[in-house]
Design a protein around this ligand. Structure first.
Ligand SMILES: NC(=O)c1ccc[n+]([C@@H]2O[C@H](COP(=O)([O-])OP(=O)(O)OC[C@H]3O[C@@H](n4cnc5c(N)ncnc54)[C@H](OP(=O)(O)O)[C@@H]3O)[C@@H](O)[C@H]2O)c1
Length: 270
């Protein structure tokens, strides 16, 4: 397959399976060289070998557990030092389906370390260089549960709401400086995620489950359209626009010197 030169290097976390592996495939075909990060180096290497053969791109793999501080620091250093990196795909993440009271809180803490802390540190490491060079892309994989705290596990939903907020905030901060931001909110996607989260994907109604290939292709189409927030399943993008503008309309009234009248009038009725 023909490839374009000069796109630079994309660093993709969680590229050993599922959505991250499809990003690696699609980005190599778009002409990016790759740095693939995950714990399972054997799987990363076999993907890298295939992509090198099929696309001719340069593909490097790095084994790292992004819940381990020293491993995150190693990737941060690479992101700061390597001026060839033009894209970061923060994809590595885990979910959970149990309720809070039925969850192991140590596992939830690990989820926060991966979904929130590592993502934040990697983003903070890459963005200053992208701003300095006036060019680059950060794709953050959130989830539709960012908008639906009643679905799955509340900590998982919270981590993905964090990813959405951080991306919107960063767009506000550096979007005008040549750095493109995108939060991707997949719905249920057919990957190993579900087994790892404690619910086999086969148990979901199949009409709500997308393939990872369709999800990533739609997300990349959204990126090409310049979308800040991409919800691959959502039929009408205007629904998201209305939701987001309702949020923005609250803004002028979210901070006032005095409490709202409903909290003060009638306060003397004891
Ligand atoms: N599948 C869905 O329905 C769905 C829906 C919405 C959002 N998402 C999000 O999509 C992203 C990708 O998930 P997926 O569906 O593709 O699931 P997946 O197939 O389980 O992939 C998760 C990836 O993250 C990596 N990973 C997990 N723990 C890690 C750690 N401690 N350090 C480094 N890498 C780690 C895994 O690699 P190793 O095990 O080799 O480390 C794997 O490559 C996640 O952020 C997830 O929250 C998924």
């Amino acid at each position: 397959m023909a490839t374009q030169a000069g796109k630079g290097t994309a660093l993709v976390t969680g590229a050993s399976s599922g959505i991250g592996a499809v990003y690696a495939d699609r980005l190599a075909r778009r002409g990016y060289d790759l740095i693939l990060v995950a714990r399972d180096v054997e799987r990363l290497n076999s993907l890298a070998d295939r992509l090198k053969t099929e696309t001719g791109r340069h593909v490097e793999t790095i084994g790292a557990d992004l819940t381990v501080k020293a491993d995150v620091r190693r990737i941060e250093e690479r992101l700061r030092a390597d001026r060839g990196i033009t894209m970061l795909v923060n994809n590595a993440g885990v979910g959970a389906t149990a309720s809070l009271i039925d969850s192991n809180v140590d596992e939830l803490e690990k989820m926060i370390a991966l979904n929130v802390t590592a993502l934040t540190r990697l983003t903070a490491a890459v963005v200053p260089g992208l701003v300095e060079r006036g060019n680059g892309i950060v794709i953050n994989i959130s989830s539709i549960v960012a908008l639906s705290p009643e679905t799955l596990n509340g900590t998982y939903s919270g981590t993905k709401a964090y990813v959405l907020n951080l991306t919107q905030s960063l767009h506000h901060e550096v979007g005008g400086k040549g750095v493109q931001l995108q939060a991707v909110l997949p719905g249920a996607t057919s990957t190993a995620f579900w087994d790892r989260a404690g619910l086999a994907v086969e148990h979901l109604p199949q009409q709500i489950v997308m393939t990872a290939e369709d999800m990533v292709d739609a997300a990349l189409a959204g990126l090409d359209h310049g979308e800040l927030v991409t919800i691959p399943s959502l039929p009408d993008a205007a629904d998201w626009e209305r939701f987001n503008s309702a949020r923005q309309q609250l803004q002028p009234n979210l901070s006032h010197k005095l409490p709202a009248a409903r909290y003060t009038s009638g306060a003397a009725t004891a």
